[in-house]
Write a protein that binds this ligand. Structure first.
Ligand code: KG4
Ligand code: ZN
Length: 335
């Protein structure tokens, strides 16, 4: 079963060919980072226009790299939400046209479920039950994926997503967009224990990152107003440590409380090496198997969408050609 995946929910125009939901034959990502960098964040209108420019080439490249012809594709899986509506519509319209012209099934995929499915790619795919921490630019969710692939949301952020906290903190430090990789790089030169930023560790499984962002801003303002010297690298490292501590603590607590010994990471922030190392150590200590997709499958890509589409197809969940973009779909269907 060959699925063409298409992903255009934010600032990456991505296309991939995946066999049987697991084996990646191609994974093409046309990044717009350089364009949006100038503005310090994603400009939705520009993102849509760039997707229109890139989508045809990205799909052609994905087919070429997979050594696959259009008519050999069995189905098209496409992200239909959540995301930027104008950006989503480009991928969705392209996928519908492809589906109609070649008479192949169309499968709408929830972007967050797609991120989770990055753990199904490769030779040793994850199997439920497991706890999954989804940490991206727009979402921070702690989920329990049950035996029947039903997904139960254990907690979510009340304010900023983890990636958003990275992006906003990076901007305050004058670092380029996207903030995650910039902070990760600078943090390597800093002392993570230099500044004790707050950790929002409430008893429930929800998250909150806006207090941490404010604490960083307050610290920077205070230092600047007092004319005191400070190390940006120490701020980056201390901020990152606060995020990583909270994410590790909450994910591990959920595994232990629910007696589930498999933990999966997903979403752009899970490409962060400090987070991966902290999770690795905590899981090792508690005898929990950790799944963390290779970094290229953590950030937005179409292979994860094709993988998710495969499981939807197996369940007969085919979409009709009137499928619309839904920027706010936050609910998870389970697979
Ligand atoms: O999953 P993703 O590519 O797109 C969304 O669905 O949002 O995640 C993008 C987010 C951005 O906020 C970016 O700063 C963050 O993931 N990110 C990282 C790293 N790479 C990307 N955060 C921390 N460390 C990284 N290495
Ligand atoms: Zn994403």
């Amino acid at each position: 079963m060959l699925i063409l995946g298409i992903e255009t929910s934010c600032d990456e125009t991505a296309a991939a060919v995946v066999r049987d939901g697991q084996f990646v034959l191609s994974n093409v990502i046309a990044s717009q980072i350089n364009v949006h960098m100038e503005y310090g964040g994603v400009v939705p209108e520009i993102a849509s226009r760039k997707h229109i420019e890139n989508i045809g080439r990205a799909v052609d490249a994905a087919l070429r790299e997979a050594d696959t012809r259009k008519h050999q594709i069995d189905a098209i899986a496409v992200t239909n939400g959540p995301g930027l509506v104008g950006a989503l519509l480009v991928g969705l319209s392209y996928a519908k046209a492809f589906s109609f012209a070649l008479n192949k099934p169309l499968i709408g995929v929830n972007h967050i479920e797609g991120h989770i499915c990055a753990n199904l790619l490769g030779n040793s795919p994850i199997s439920p039950p497991f706890i999954c921490l989804v940490v991206s630019g727009g979402h921070t969710h702690l989920l329990c994926v049950l035996d029947n692939w039903k997904m139960e949301v254990l907690g979510r952020t009340r304010d900023d997503a983890a990636g958003e906290a990275y992006d906003k903190t990076a901007r305050a430090l004058g670092l380029p967009y996207p903030g995650g990789p910039s902070i990760e790089l600078l943090a390597k030169e800093g002392n993570p224990c230099a500044i004790m930023f707050p950790r929002a560790l409430s008893d429930d499984r929800g998250f909150s990152f806006s207090g941490l962002k404010s604490a960083v801003l307050n610290y920077l303002n205070k230092q600047r107003m007092a004319g005191a010297a400070f190390s940006k690298a120490d701020v980056a490292a201390s901020f990152q440590k606060a995020v990583v501590d909270v994410l590790t603590d909450k994910a591990l607590s959920a595994c232990l409380a629910l007696n589930i010994n498999t933990l999966a990471l997903a979403g752009g922030v899970s490409s962060n090496s400090a987070l991966r190392e902290s999770m690795r150590l905590a899981c090792e200590k508690n005898n929990i198997a950790l799944f963390a997709p290779p970094p290229v499958f953590c950030t937005d890509n179409a292979a994860m969408i094709a993988s998710c589409g495969y499981f939807r197809w197996k369940q007969g969940k085919i979409s009709s050609l009137d499928l619309n973009a839904n920027p706010d779909i936050g609910d998870f269907n389970g697979m």
